[in-house]
Design a protein around this ligand. Structure first.
Ligand code: SAH
Length: 508
């Protein structure tokens, strides 16, 4: 990192979030978010991107300043300066690129004047992303050797247009118009008046790169009517030029198997992340609903006591990735490291838990299916010759395994390395989406999650298809009065996604 940034004052990072799809932020952008104490993000940045920020970081959505309900550009700058002066690392996350219609220049001027160290991280600007996502060759060897990024919304206080429409009409290439929805009549007519052919093709692209991306075609002459009739609202881009004719009816992005499907992913953070990433790659719009919140255990003393005599155990059995993280973190906090576990065999319930051990370069000596506790217990006691077991986990969630081990003849100690608390506040966005029949699928990854969802949303769940990860989960749902549409086989996140895929795209 630049040495000028290593000061006692905080730093401001102006980060371009890209056009909105989570994967289209830069590596450096994610690094900055991971360090942030405060994230100020605007409505064009995907709110899910702020999940890169550490636990405890303050996250502030700035909405859109034109609504009048949010901070003005001046107030945002003042807040950044004040926060940086108090020593915080501030990430100002902006849609697209901070220096393309993003007021980035105004903000760096103010920061420099205030003596605040800053860094600017470029982003993929939406007007160029639109080419790849809609397969419009913005430049083309035969048809467009240049491209112009143009605002369709000049400031109200500008009495005369800064735009030279005559030059724009004659521009030998593609015009990409940002912020053009509300004044579409003004700029399209001005271009025609100055000689641009009225039948020039126009692509209107809303929420480019997001799951709800929409593309509508028109011509320069009809674009105002098309916007009005289709009720298109911002944010949208207009690509004006012959190259629009070269784009296919459905681009690769819109052709993905789950494009347009809205899926609620409920359950533990780990499985949810895996599901979310996979579903998003297939084109779905994913909303997350955590079922539980992870907190510190009430008391570390029993964990410390068990770690002090860890050599007395044959096996340490992990039932969740969280259990692995928390136990290893506790070792670090004690000034130790994973060598302390060298004397004990490690078992992981489920391949996800084994993968988590691998993150710490720990190899699981046994990995067993999460859903067959008896065989897991039997294998560990009889086949692997173990009798003394330590189960670090949550106060709930491993009882069945502990009992199965005891029944198979093992001696079992359980210690709480974290606590899991039910989330009891329904997400209002999810409630609304359910009531409007906007959610196509809900993925449910445990019996606990099923109970939690029913408690949170009740009959609203009948408005979506339920996708269950296992017979145990389906049975819990059935007991609560809900039928599942599909069940994963085998009982993994990947198979759950396949089951949804098998049913095809929603026909909305
Ligand atoms: N700095 C941003 C632009 C901000 S100006 C960038 O580099 O992309 C706001 C305008 O950007 C919107 O009115 C719209 O025209 C465009 N825009 C930004 N993100 C968009 C998206 N995902 N889809 C369509 N238009 C988008």
């Amino acid at each position: 990192m630049n040495t000028t940034l290593r000061t006692t004052s905080g730093t401001v990072y102006l980060v371009g979030a890209g056009p909105g799809s989570l994967g289209l932020i830069t590596v450096r952008g994610v690094e900055c978010l991971k360090e942030a104490d405060l994230v100020l993000y605007d409505y064009l940045a995907n709110p899910a991107a702020v999940e890169h920020a550490p636990d405890g970081a303050e996250l502030v959505c700035l909405g859109h300043h034109s609504t009048g309900r949010n901070l003005s550009p001046g107030e945002i700058v003042d807040r950044m300066i004040a926060e940086a002066r108090s020593g915080r690392k501030v990430v100002r996350l902006k849609g697209g690129d901070p220096f393309v219609f993003g007021r980035g220049g105004d903000e760096t001027d103010a920061l420099r004047e205030a003596g605040i160290p800053f860094e600017v991280v470029p982003g993929v600007t939406s007007g160029l992303a639109v080419g790849s996502l809609c397969e419009i060759p913005i430049t083309h060897h035969d048809e467009a050797s240049a491209v112009a990024l143009v605002t369709g919304h000049e400031r109200d206080d500008k009495t005369e247009s800064h735009l030279d429409y005559e030059a724009l009409a004659a521009f030998p290439g593609t015009l990409v118009i940002y912020m053009g929805v509300t004044r579409v009549a003004k700029w399209s007519q001005a271009l025609i008046r100055h000689g641009k052919a009225p039948d020039t093709p126009v692509a209107i692209v809303r929420w480019c790169s997001r799951a709800q991306q929409q593309m509508v075609r028109s011509s320069l002459k009809t674009v105002t009517d098309v916007v009005t009739k289709s009720g298109l609202r911002p944010p949208a881009l207009f690509v004006v030029g012959d190259v629009v004719k070269r784009s296919p009816q459905l681009s690769w992005f819109a052709e993905r198997p789950l494009f347009g499907a809205r899926i609620l992913v409920a359950g533990s953070a780990d499985t949810s992340r895996k599901l979310r990433d996979r579903l998003a790659v297939l084109g779905a719009d994913v909303i997350s609903q955590p079922a539980v919140r992870i907190t510190e255990p009430a008391d570390w003393a029993p964990v410390d006591a068990a770690l002090d005599r860890v050599e007395q155990y044959d096996w340490m059995v992990f039932t969740s990735g969280n259990g692995v993280d928390r136990l290893v973190q506790r070792l670090f906090d004690r000034g130790e490291d994973v060598r302390r576990l060298g004397c004990v065999k490690l078992a992981a319930a489920g391949s996800g838990t084994a993968e988590r051990l691998a993150r710490y370069h720990l190899h699981a000596d046994a990995v067993l299916g999460q859903f067959h506790l008896e065989s897991l217990a039997h294998t560990l006691v009889e086949v692997a010759g173990g009798h003394r077991f330590l189960l670090p986990g949550a106060s709930r969630g491993r009882q069945a395994l502990a009992e199965a081990l005891a029944t198979a003849g093992g001696r079992v100690d359980q210690v709480d390395v974290y606590d899991s608390v039910d989330v009891d506040e329904p997400n209002p966005d999810v409630e609304t989406a359910l009531s409007l029949d906007e959610i196509d699928w809900i993925t449910i990854t445990s019996a606990n999650t099923a109970r939690s969802l029913v408690r949170l949303y009740g009959d609203g769940l009948r408005r979506a298809h339920l996708a269950s990860i296992s017979p145990m989960t389906s049975a819990a749902l059935r007991d609560l009065g809900y039928e599942t549409a599909v069940e994963a086989s085998p009982h993994t996140a990947t198979a759950l996604v396949d089951a949804i895929l098998h049913c095809g795209r929603p026909n909305r």
